[in-house]
Ligand binder design. Structure first.
Ligand code: MOS
Length: 736
């Protein structure tokens, strides 16, 4: 077999991206389109009592002002995609006068230009009957804490007794800030109706869900809605759900009977497109003097909205990460007057592991045991929560590889013991982990008469390089060169796939492409066998084989037949569909996760408390690496995200009205190129025959997970200050 998977192929869409040829949602301008601007509520709770729109409709270029009082009542049929919270009901936009959170859409203005629409939207007067919202889950007015969210609570042994009786304990609280995804590309939708058929050019990580959701809202069959999204300029989870602006674009286009373009402002991306919820957590560890964990307690409360229960994997990693007979995890939700949060890269895992890995680091100092040695002493033989073996687990190998490359042995154990001139130097490490998901997916392969192949799936590519990696998978299984394969994604007309999230695009769509390729080869072989002019004419299927994309009889040394030769007779292409899902038996038998070890070095100015991350090294066991260039890029991007979590990112709400006070790029801090440290991503050779036939576990989110605690642990090593809130701020370092 020619080996394409595993090669550092450069991005097949790289040229299109750097030359501007790649089209993003807002680039698909339609003839005759109008421009819509959302008017966002300026109070945090209450109702719209009056809308003064009469003079607005007469303003230059204005085509419509749509509010709850003149918007059509939409069917809003029941639709729960896998991405929607199981409990609660989505926001029904412009269907009543209620204001549930600050920034909720309360009107939409449509005009012949963006300027006219913005001008009119700014002039629209809306009078509210407002009340004080509850937006902080430390607020005593939080309605009711929801226990055992998502049925995630688990317990084995008696963790509370074990911690109480332990020789050495750590028992601390952690506070992770609310974050917003802030991709470069804003949410955007262009909607165009043709009779009862709707086309949406829309930024989406989940085309099939967007199609189903919008169809349900407008009471249409799904086939009447087409969603197109060939490129995404970053998303990190914010485009997994279909948010109200998509409905508004379609509603406005129907109202004015013209195509309508709607692009959210940066500020609006802090209102209605999800966020990483703030979480408050407690981790308590009990251990022997030798560093063997005897009890682990992890309690966490995440925020959600009042109208939906968004849940994430906040405490899930604690169940399986280390060996311990007594473990109790508890996950609760605090409903607030905000929009519903949603998945943001490493959703739950990244926040939860911060608490666990900070506590474990703290324990290592209490015990005087090196943090890597401490993890070695608690390395489980199996997943003790599920009571089954891991399909593969390379955590200790990752620690060894990472430590070697990072130079961990140069670390002196005492806090504040390393300096570079007047700067304090700190080294820290933490575990990374993420589930190896695999969702049912489909794909289609078309072998063309010229010997090339077209491959199609309704997937998205938000940046990981899906165009490239899927091209490699198809080339490998068809025995073609990557240049002979054209992979297309980004429309609901292609075979359905799961969401482009959960780090499962390669496991799911890649496996489906493999299946489709094998089916196409089977069809090609059948055609060749049936062709009386072919050298394999009449052969039985088990006496032939494919090698380098050529068909021949087994043990025949000749070159064999190419696809081109097989198709030459009729010229008809061969089209094959493939689908794949996880082998249920393997899923039953094995616990499937990726593991990694992250190392951070920081330098801190002791006088002014500024923290610089100097180096990050991540070592990962993710099964087979499809493309080391793309994999490295995924990991360094994720590490930068983790750095943002550790030191910068925080959405601050004004307690009086729920307004995000830093809803702009000047005050919502994120790492920029100048902040980027020296970064290395290493991959252990890991063969996992159980996860899927490709042997891939998926890559993306694990690279954010573990980075923030590695940095916080390095900050402690540098300063002796244990900061248990994220992000770590200068004042946390300076105050005693
Ligand atoms: Mo990711 S949070 O599944 O886009």
């Amino acid at each position: 077999m020619n080996v394409i998977v595993g090669k550092p192929l450069t991005r097949v869409d790289g040229r299109a991206k750097v030359t501007g040829g790649a089209q993003y949602a807002a680039d698909f301008n339609q003839p005759g389109q109008l421009y819509a601007v959302i008017v966002s509520a300026t109070v945090g709770l209450g109702r719209v009592s009056e809308i003064r729109s009469a003079n607005i409709e007469a303003m230059p270029g204005v085509a419509a002002v749509i509010t709850h009082s003149n918007a059509p009542k939409l069917p809003y049929l029941l639709h729960k995609g896998v991405i929607d919270p199981a409990v609660g009901e989505r926001l029904h936009v412009l269907q009543d006068d209620a204001v549930r959170f600050f920034g909720q859409p309360v009107a939409i203005v449509v005009a012949d230009s963006l300027d006219h629409a913005e001008h009119a939207a700014a002039a629209l007067r809306i009078i509210y009957d407002a009340r004080r919202p509850v937006v902080d889950h430390a607020d005593p007015d939080v309605a009711r804490i929801i226990p055992d969210a998502a049925g995630a609570d688990r317990s084995r042994g008696d963790a509370d007794a074990a911690v109480a009786e332990a020789a050495v304990t750590v028992d601390e609280h952690y506070d992770m800030a609310r974050e917003n995804h802030n991709p470069m590309e804003p949410h955007a939708t262009i909607a165009a109706w043709n009779g009862d058929r709707l086309t949406l050019w829309s930024k989406s990580q989940f085309l099939m869900n967007e199609q189903a959701e919008i169809a349900a809202i407008f009471g249409l069959p799904a086939e009447s809605v087409e969603v197109i999204c060939p490129f995404i300029g970053g998303a990190f989870g914010t485009s997994l759900r279909t948010w109200p602006h998509v409905t508004l674009a379609a509603l406005a286009a129907k109202h004015v009977q013209r195509p309508v373009k709607l692009v959210l402002t940066r500020k609006q991306m802090f209102f209605t497109t999800g966020h990483r919820p703030r979480s408050l957590q407690r981790v308590a560890l009990g251990a022997t003097q030798e560093g063997k964990l005897t009890g682990v307690i992890h309690e966490g409360t995440g925020e959600t909205s009042r109208y939906e229960q968004f849940t994430e994997a906040l405490t899930a990693v604690t169940d399986y990460l280390y060996s311990c007979p007594n473990v109790r995890t508890q996950y609760r939700l605090a409903p607030l007057d905000t929009g519903t949060p949603n998945h943001m890269r490493g959703p739950g895992e990244a926040s939860g592991i911060f608490a666990l890995e900070s506590a474990l680091d703290e324990l290592s100092y209490k015990l005087g045991i090196d943090p890597i040695e401490l993890r070695r002493r608690n390395e489980p033989q199996i997943d003790e929560a599920e009571n089954k073996p891991f399909s593969s687990r390379s955590l200790i190998h990752c620690y060894e590889l990472g430590a070697e490359r990072f130079g961990w042995s140069r670390k002196t154990p005492e806090p504040r013991s390393m300096r570079d001139g007047r700067l304090l130097i700190g080294m820290g490490t933490a575990t990374a982990t993420y589930p190896a998901f695999h969702a049912p997916s489909n794909a289609r392969v078309r072998l063309l008469a010229d010997g090339t192949a077209e491959v199609e799936a309704a997937a998205s590519d938000m940046g990981p390089g899906t165009y490239t990696s899927m091209t490699q998978v198809a080339a490998e299984f068809l025995g073609l060169q990557p240049a002979q394969v054209r992979f297309r994604l980004g429309t609901t007309d292609f075979p359905p796939t799961p969401s482009h999230g959960g780090s499962w695009t390669m496991t799911s769509v890649g496996s489906a492409i493999r299946a489709a390729c094998l089916e196409a080869q089977f069809q090609a072989a059948k055609r060749a066998i049936a062709d009386n002019g072919s050298p394999v004419f009449g052969a039985s299927i088990d006496t032939i084989e494919w090698a380098e994309g050529r068909l021949r009889r087994r043990a025949d040394a000749s070159a064999g037949l190419s696809y081109q030769e097989i198709l030459a007779k009729t010229g008809d292409p061969i089209e094959a569909e493939g689908s794949a899902q996880r082998d249920p038996e393997a899923a039953e038998r094995y616990s499937m996760h990726s593991f990694g070890a992250v190392f951070a070095e920081v330098s801190i100015d002791p006088d002014v408390g500024t923290i610089r991350v100097r180096r990050l090294v991540g070592a990962y066991g993710i099964g087979r690496v499809v493309n080391p260039l793309l994999a490295r890029s995924q990991c360094t991007g994720g590490m930068i995200g983790g750095m943002g979590m550790a030191l910068m990112e925080r959405t601050v709400l004004d307690a009086r009205d729920g307004r995000p006070v830093n809803a702009h790029m000047a005050d919502y801090l994120m790492p920029v190129n100048l902040d980027a440290p020296e970064m290395e991503a290493l991959f252990v050779d890991e063969i996992d025959p159980h996860v899927n036939p490709l042997g891939v576990k998926g890559l993306g989110e694990i690279a954010l997970v573990g980075t923030a605690p590695a940095i916080a642990n390095a900050v402690f090593h540098a300063t002796g200050k244990r900061v248990r809130t994220q992000p770590i701020k200068i004042e946390d370092i300076l105050t005693a």
